[in-house]
Design a protein around this ligand. Sequence first.
Ligand SMILES: Cc1cc2nc3c(=O)[nH]c(=O)nc-3n(C[C@H](O)[C@H](O)[C@H](O)COP(=O)(O)OP(=O)(O)OC[C@H]3O[C@@H](n4cnc5c(N)ncnc54)[C@H](O)[C@@H]3O)c2cc1C
Length: 392
Amino acid sequence: MMTPVLDPVDVVVAGGGIGGLSTAYALARSGRSVSVLERSPEFTEVGAGLQMAPNATRILREWGLLDEVCEAGVAPQRLLFKDVLDGGELTRLDLDDEFVRRYGAPYIVIHRSDLLTILARACERAGVKLVADCDVQDVETDRDGVTVRSALGDHRALLAVGADGLRSRLRAKLSDDEPICSGYVAYRGAFPVADLGPKIGEDALRQVVFYIGPGCHMVRYPLRRGEIFNTVAVFKSPAYERGEEDWGGPCELDAVFSGACDEVREGLGSLWRDRRWAMFDRLPIPNWVDGRLVLTGDAAHPMLQYLAQGACQAIEDAACLAAELHDAPPPDWAEAVKRYEAERTERTARVQTTARLWGDIWHVDGVARTLRNELFRTRDLHDYKYIDWLYA
Ligand SMILES: Cc1cc2nc3c(=O)[nH]c(=O)nc-3n(C[C@H](O)[C@H](O)[C@H](O)COP(=O)(O)OP(=O)(O)OC[C@H]3O[C@@H](n4cnc5c(N)ncnc54)[C@H](O)[C@@H]3O)c2cc1C
């Protein structure tokens, strides 16, 4: 057995992404001592923008972080849906005063690294120990707590939180399921607006635009007070469908989007072409708890990104776990984490399955596309019934 490298704490969090840092901060501000073990050398993330709906920004406000988040991000005026092929407007969701009143908080878009920096600083202020370069290898639970085995040694705590993402090592202790590949791949890009030139008009800097179409879509929005412009292009890879090993390359990207409208084809020039992200999710599981080990974020409920909710749900997890542990003395924690599991599994399962369905609706072709477009175009712009369950 290796010697413990850190003083025992109440909670060890494995993984320092948005989910891990949110959990650490939520627990620390309710008086728990917390360490976060992150295998990367830094607490940062490659990637571009992140949309944060009011179900998450409400929590950030409760945590006293919303002002910083708003200052680092952008509050867009609307979510605008267009057809990827003809560029015609389909529907929109105004993110105006009525929206903010209804859901109690704004819709914000922010660079991932800005959000992670805000969370990491908040953690440090709250006394969380952030340990980088620390690969978590295993967790052993016993009656009194957990031993977290890592590359740096053993860590003793009352509770371990698996926040180690889609390919979670700790989830494997609870479930033998594997990530499911959707055959879709994402290209991202975030560039200074000044470098993209006059093609990025004033309107583009005030909205999130979704271009949806047969087997593909593109999303574009501003970041960092409008200084950066974010583009994500996603498509179903024909090479994946054919069973080829090397799939989703830049040639496929160009070919799939070759019939798209001018705005979208122009957007292809705002992507990083040297990296891409294959899209995976998993099916919901009912069990996130093994004694003193509990899962959160993508480790618990990885989802396709179509509802822009993965990180938002991880923030909800964090608030829920902290609330359940708040008044519970450590001997009652096993029950408290079971209450967390009961409260979170049903909701996140619905978000996971709805995200798949929403993606299917975006990607239809032929008659289904004509019908979808007609339904979107005739939608009452003040109809919130499809989002109340998610944002309220
Ligand atoms: C293209 C795309 C767009 C998206 N857009 C949105 C959006 O707009 N809004 C939204 O809410 N969500 C969005 N998501 C989803 C969101 O990115 C994820 O749900 C969220 O980042 C999950 O956070 P997490 O902390 O649970 O996992 P991760 O971000 O995967 O973090 C896991 C962390 O654990 C670390 N780790 C892994 N294994 C170990 C180990 N053994 N030991 C120590 N550390 C370990 C990793 O290095 C990583 O830092 C999007 C996803 C994609 C792919």
